[in-house]
Design a protein around this ligand. Sequence first.
Ligand code: 1HE
Length: 273
Amino acid sequence: MPVSRHSIADLVAMPFDYITLRAEDRVLVATLNRAAKRNALDRQFVEELYDLFHAIEGSEVRAVVVAAEGDHFCAGLDLVEHHREDRSATDFMYICRRWHSAFDRIQHCGVPVIGALKGAVVGGGLELATAFHIRVADTSAYFALPEGQRGIFTGGGATVRVARLVGEGRMIDMMLTGRVYSGEEAVAVGLCQYLVDADECEARAIKIAHRAAENPPLSNFAITSGIAHIGNMPSADAFFAEAFIAGITNTQEDSKERLAAFTNKTAPKTVKP
Ligand code: 1HE
């Protein structure tokens, strides 16, 4: 068990302008609340995401849901700020490095992060969403990488995370043609794991978060970070790392209790849905 640096109450009390926080038992619900700008990510927003997920690591939170105010999950990079600041190549390179750091903190915060997605999930908004572990789309959600149309390029990790989920070919098509995927198509191509009715998205994401939070924390840490790291390794190294992670995870106290329950025939079985 990680040492708890922050209680859920500490986290809920964190003072953010663009993120509203509430606790549902040990699930933290973080709502993006810059709806007037379609939750576009300016410099401050990215810093707030970094600070929040940095604080979540090692805290008593067991899962996180990221939802959004308004009709759109996130319109990506704040194009107005970007245009007005007239950034140099070096400036923007450092902006991208902050995005990478913030989204890495999300992916590797140690607990499952579930996105409740609606409306536009585009550009940097899709980069943010693909740092989550599970994405629940509602029927209003749509997904695109309009960077090509805007005369820019992805800079928040899409070349790794989106390409990994949908494959290079689909990502190149999205960027060259501005192709937009519906929620149904997003599930079919692997961008999202669930599609639900519009009024059910946040509730379903919270339900999934509670379900995942029942797993031992060490197992969730291994699942949420281990699979992504192992995916970067050649097979021989991957098998070594997998054995090492399993050696630690599969002998933890929490697993002994659960395995004893299975042995004593008191544990639930895995059955056909
Ligand atoms: C914004 C942004 C933004 C809205 N930056 N301010 N992302 C995009 O190319 C998507 C750009 N946005 C849109 O296509 C549309 O805004 C939406 C389809 C998301 C929503 O449309 P709609 O009709 O509901 O809203 P709107 O009227 O377009 O915008 C409402 C306000 O939000 C308006 O501000 P206002 O002060 O005039 O009211 C917009 O300017 C503002 N707004 N989107 C700034 N993106 C690290 S590299 C990542 C690269 C990328 O992310 S590229 C993709 C950028």
